[in-house]
Structure formats: C-alpha cells, structure tokens
Design a protein around this ligand. Structure first.
Ligand code: HEM
Length: 364
C-alpha cells in the first residue's frame, strides 16, 4: 500500500492500520538555532515525508559529479512504499522561549506531570520533536528515519530512539497481535469513527484543529520474571485469558467484560486491580485513548537478561486522559510488578498539511 500524505482529513500514522514495524526517534534543536532554522526544518521534513511515503528518494542517490555525496542514502531504491507513514510531533520544549512561540503553544502541550511508577531516564525522555515512522518493511522504516535524521543534521541532534519490531495493537481488518507477555493487545481500543471524533481528534483548537496529542512511554517488561509466573496468575493480572484473549467473564475475545460479575465465593471474576478493570472506560468516566504501540528489544541487559518491552504510544485529544489512566494503573495495577516506565514524552501532532504547505506552518 502507498498512503497519500497531503490534504488528508487527519494526520497519517494514527488511524492507519498499524504496520508491522516502527521506529520512533526524538530530536532537539541545536543551541543557538534561529526561528528561521526551525521553519525551514519543518518545511524540509514535510517535503521529505511526502517523498518517502511515495517510495521516492528524498534527493538524488547518485550525484552528478565524482566529488558529490548522495542526497539520499539509497538503501530503499527498488523497494515499494510498504505502507510507510511518517508522523511528526512537536514537543512542549519548542514553545518554551527560544523561538518566541508561546502564543502559538497547543493549549494542552505541557510536559507530563510526574506519575506513579515513573522510573524515567532523561536519556529516553522528552524532545523538541518526535518522528514516528511505521512500515511493513524494516528496511523502508530505517531508510526513512535515517534520512530524516541525516537531512536535519545541520540544525538538530538526535535525542532517543526505539525500534519496534512488532505491532502491539490492531487496526481495521487486522487480527489482534500479541505483546511480549504473550497476551493479545489492542482488543478493546478506539475503533469507530464516532470514538475517533470524540476521543482522538482536536476540535476548536485553533491551528491544531484536526490534530491530536501523542503520549509515548518506553516501558521495560521484565519478561524473564514474567515467564516464571503461573499462566493462571498472568490471566488474573490482565483479567483476560492468554490463548484466546477472552475477558475472564466471557467466552470469546470480543465479549464485553462484566466487571461486576462475581464467582461462587463472592470474589469478582475480573480482579478490581487487574489491568483491564483499572483501564476500562466503564470504570473511568468514559475516558478512551487510542493505543498504537510496538514491541521492542534492546538486546540483553547488564545482568545477561533479555531486555525488552513495549513502546507504548497513545493518541488522545487531551493528555489528561492518559494521565488519569496512568495514575490509576501506576497506583494499583497488578502488572506493575513486571513493568517499569523508563521513558516518556508528550508531543502535539498537527493536522495533515495541505499540498504546497508544511507541518506547523501556522507557527510562523
Ligand atoms: C488493555 C497490555 C500498558 C491502557 C490491555 C490489554 C493488554 C494490555 C494485554 C488487554 C487487551 C486489550 O483490550 O487491548 C499492556 C501492557 C502494558 C500496558 C503489557 C505495559 C507494558 C498500558 C498503559 C495504559 C494502558 C500504560 C494507559 C495508561 C490500556 C487500556 C486498555 C488496555 C485503556 C483497554 C481496557 C479495556 O477497555 O478493557 N493492555 N498494557 N495499558 N490497556 Fe494496557
């Protein structure tokens, strides 16, 4: 598939059915950069995103002169678009005071508050920009992020990155995939048009109307300890069966969980401190977020254990919705014994650019 970039009803890479692979990278403007540097960076990144999504090099691979270096690094030549999407986000720090943009700050774009279960490292948090590339071919993904980074080297530094090797949420027509704990992830997610309008896209938000907010959490999963736990306990922790993903009050995956249902001994069938009981919209005043995460691995850690987790990415029209859920999960989730939030970021995703225009143009 080849997705169009310009003139879309919504920014790409959000409702788009999750591709197989993703690379997420953040960047900071170099010290001393000018507002015009920021402006031309956004214009160049927008143009490059459109080229890449058309499976075109961002510039010539083969220079005319023997002395020339390539404008594009070339490793995607001959590959098709592989459903590539490039999603650019703006971090709260861009609006601090370096570029005199305070008046244009997206209204809800402020660094996330400290949250229970935060174990955040500065080296894997925040950033002036996020770039999320997703594609069905890892080489297409890498080529895109590499060239986005390379073309911007004159004005930005890379900050942190996570390579996602497998989707952990489903879109329209896809089977629910599994996270590294072996459970189906993304069963109950924002999926209908009504829910997207209500929970994801920004309305009446000035230049951000039609955009959204992206929350990113790098969550380390202690998979070696998890694997030593009884499967029945794992199911108790999530509130769902492992093989089929059914709620513990139901038979098949998409049965609606019944949080009030009790067993013969009077205890709830889905524990009130299970992950789904704490996170479900029924128990959160109707709050829903679109989860669009990826499994990642960082190889092995200093103890020789497998180092892996979930790059949790969610989209919502108010970051307070994520905060509300994470406050509850961080305080009580049975899953906490096995996970650690080591990275975090909040970014504003502007609406789809009109052709001939660029992302964030309204800032200038
Ligand atoms: C549901 C895994 C972190 C919010 C689920 C489900 C699984 C899961 C297996 C059940 C299937 C489904 O409905 O998708 C994980 C893992 C996490 C994690 C392994 C960390 C490594 C989070 C975080 C949040 C979150 C940080 C938000 C703050 C939700 C929500 C649901 C859900 C809203 C749907 C609940 C429902 O309506 O039934 N998660 N999750 N999860 N999770 Fe997580």
């Amino acid at each position: 598939t080849q997705y169009p970039y310009y003139d879309q009803a919504e920014p790409v890479g959000i409702r788009t059915p999750p591709q197989r692979y993703s690379i997420f990278m953040t960047f900071d403007m170099n010290d001393g950069s000018l507002k015009t540097d920021l402006q031309s960076l956004l214009a160049r990144w927008t143009a490059a995103s459109a080229q890449l999504m058309r499976a075109q090099p961002i510039s010539q691979v083969q220079p005319h002169s023997d002395a020339g270096v390539g404008g594009d690094t070339g490793e995607a030549l001959g590959l098709d678009a592989a459903s590539l999407t490039v999603t650019i986000g703006l971090g709260p720090s861009l609006f601090d005071d370096r570029f005199d943009l305070a008046a244009k700050r997206p209204r809800l774009l402020h660094k996330l508050p400290a949250l229970p279960s935060d174990n955040l490292a500065a080296a894997t948090s925040d950033g002036d920009f996020s770039v999320q590339v997703c594609a069905d071919d890892p080489q297409v993904c890498y080529h895109a992020i590499r060239n986005m980074a390379r073309m911007a080297r004159d004005v930005v530094q890379t900050r942190w990155t996570v390579m996602g090797f497998g989707r952990a949420s489903a879109g329209k027509g896809q089977q629910t995939p599994r996270n590294l704990f072996g459970f189906k992830d993304g069963t109950r997610n924002v999926s209908t048009g009504v829910d997207f309008d209500k929970h994801v896209w920004l309305k009446d938000a000035d230049w951000m109307t039609g955009g959204t907010y992206q929350v990113v959490r790098k969550i380390e999963m202690n998979i070696e300890t998890w694997d030593a736990d009884r499967v029945s306990d794992q199911e108790h922790i999530f509130g769902r069966g492992k093989t089929h993903g059914e709620p513990l009050t139901g038979k098949v995956e998409h049965d609606t969980p019944r949080f009030a249902a009790k067993g013969k001994d009077g205890t709830p069938l889905i524990a009130p401190t299970s992950h789904i009981a704490l996170a479900a919209h029924e128990n959160n005043g109707g709050v829903k977020i679109l989860r669009r995460g990826y499994n990642y691995t960082d190889g092995i850690n200093e103890f020789g254990q497998l180092d892996a987790g979930l790059l949790f990415v969610c989209y919502q029209n108010d970051p307070a919705h994520f905060v509300q859920l994470q406050r509850k999960l961080g305080a009580a989730d049975l899953l906490n014994e096995y996970v650690k939030h080591i990275g975090s970021g909040l970014f504003a995703i502007p609406p789809s650019p009109k052709s001939g225009h660029y992302i964030g143009e309204q800032l200038f």
